[in-house]
Design a protein around this ligand. Sequence first.
Ligand code: ZN
Length: 205
Amino acid sequence: MLPTHAFTGLLLALPYALAMPEYAGAALGAGFLGGVFPDLDMYIGHRKTLHYPVYFSALGVVTVPIAVFAPTLLTVVAAFFLLGAAVHSVTDIFGGGLELRPWEATSERAVYDHYRDRWIAPYRWVRYDGAPEDLLLSVTLAVPLLFTLEGALRWVVVTSLAVAVVYTAVRRLLPAIAEVFFDGQLVTTLPASVIAYVPTRYLDK
Ligand SMILES: [Zn+2]
């Protein structure tokens, strides 16, 4: 789920931030945004449009050493944004598939591999986003962040943790709620501008 990805992005930037205090804010901010960024495709080709497990990884491998040996605001932001986005795109493979109820484990689509032009199947080590093991992972990643970060970033972590707890609590109710809203009559009465924001997996059946 998104908080888990956000914490991963922050944690990837943490050693660099501790070693290079003058770039700490840039590295942590970019890591957080990179960790969140791929899921902006939630409503437009989820896990395909902005998930690039191969290309983000290749760019991350190139840009992180540049940020280490030639630190500037630009190289630091680019490196940790790309690293966060790469690890997000790759780790989605270890979660569930794209189905409406991912705990039923019926989808063979986890993340799209643009390099090989095919879908990668889910490993389901974390059965689905918002599963109890996903929350456990989120909490585990958040602990070192809560001990090291201060100010606004600490509040980002606390708020994300609260989102993670609520999302985990309601996750299995979401498809039923969505079906009531988007099934049959209601969906046809909603304006097209609203329908555009409904993920397609809730509309295609
Ligand atoms: Zn994702």
